[in-house]
Design a protein around this ligand. Structure first.
Ligand code: DCP
Ligand code: MG
Ligand code: MN
Length: 336
């Protein structure tokens, strides 16, 4: 898997965010410490939202998600222009190799470590040992350079047009929403996250009625339109694959995810897939405090025994915020 972006290039704390994200990657890919991974990411997220340059660790410590240890690292970086811990990590070839291989789509930290321990340390090595890779990992390797490139907002808007036209040609009642960082208004995205539903596709409907709605049909249609170029995996509700703008073959290949969700679960799904993942985490924690459980399917009140009850009737994202006693947050304000 690859690295997440924090903020933009004109962020005055860009270099600090970079070193925190490098530490985050190291914790995820090499140490496999998810706790530290999230802590560094949260701190980077906080700094990326500032409009002023941080002057000291002391000052940074007052901000959410920055404690004593990260404050000390910020001081070291501000004073010396580098971080010894990162320099040491980078001196170790094994760390560097694991981090590189873990950037291939489909290769996780465990697989990256296993490969490096078997002597495979570069993308060239990997190309020679494709028998050790899954279909997904082979595609990740093939499109390694393209997948490292961010997708400009304008290109996603073009892809959105092609996608919506094609799906609505199939059946005009389909509802299509591009979620993820694009919906949060980001200028660049790592991939394209699409959510599809249909008014007839509801969780309690008879199978016969549901059959008319099919993700496979949608995918085949998008292949015919030359938007989808490869399939990583296709299930009844989840497609993972690769697309390219049909009208411009000079454009990179892009990661595309499509999920088909029940109409009565659509707004919980939109909320979830709009993210950010940290925003979702906070919202789920808040839900628990209010004795609710929230996921990508439903919002359910917890019984006294702590078991989830019936799903609440949700017909908009606003509904979820209301049930939880929160004021509505626009997608662009969910970039934490
Ligand atoms: N998501 C989540 N928890 C995860 C992974 C994903 O809550 N562990 C949700 C929130 C994300 C959304 O799914 O915003 C889409 O996942 P992406 O990995 O595509 O993340 P983004 O679209 O936010 O960022 P990027 O621009 O990197 O694609
Ligand atoms: Mg995304
Ligand atoms: Mn995605």
């Amino acid at each position: 898997g690859k690295r997440k972006a924090t903020g933009n290039a004109n962020n005055p704390n860009h270099d600090l965010c970079d070193f925190l994200m490098e530490l985050a990657d190291y914790e995820r890919n090499v140490s496999k410490n998810v706790y530290k991974y999230n802590a560094y990411r949260k701190a980077a997220g906080t700094l990326s939202a500032l409009t002023e340059r941080v002057k000291s660790g002391e000052e940074a410590k007052k901000l959410p998600g920055i404690g004593v240890k990260i404050a000390k690292k910020i001081d070291e970086f501000l004073q010396t222009g580098k971080l010894q811990k990162l320099e040491d990590i980078k001196k170790d070839d094994t760390n560097v190799a694991i981090s590189l291989l873990a950037r291939v789509s489909g290769i996780g930290p465990a697989k990256a470590k296993e490969l490096v321990e078997s002597g495979i340390k570069t993308l060239e090595d990997l190309k020679k040992h494709q028998d050790k890779l899954t279909h997904h990992q082979k595609l990740g390797l093939k499109y390694f350079d393209d997948f490292e490139k961010k997708i400009p907002r304008a290109e996603i808007a073009q892809i959105e047009k092609v996608l919506k036209n094609a799906i609505k040609e199939l059946n005009s009642a389909y509802l299509v929403t591009i979620c993820g960082s694009y919906r949060r208004g980001k200028e660049e995205s790592g991939d394209i996250d699409v959510l599809v539903t249909h008014p007839d596709y509801i969780s309690k409907a008879k199978d016969g009625k549901k059959k008319a709605i099919s993700l496979k049909t949608i995918v085949e249609c998008l292949e015919k339109k030359k938007l989808i170029t490869d399939t990583i995996s296709l299930g009844s509700t989840k497609f993972m694959g690769i697309c390219q703008l049909p009208e411009d073959k000079s454009k990179p290949f892009r990661r595309l995810d499509i999920r088909l969700t029940f109409h009565d679960q659509y707004y919980c799904a939109i909320l979830y897939f709009t993210g950010s993942d940290l925003f979702n985490k906070n919202m789920r924690a808040h839900a628990l405090e209010k004795k609710y459980t929230l996921n990508e399917y439903a919002l359910k009140r917890l019984t006294i025994e702590g078991r989830p009850g019936e799903a609440e009737k949700i017909t908009s994202e606003e509904d979820v915020f209301k049930f939880l006693g929160l004021s509505y947050k626009d997608p662009k304000d969910r970039n934490i």
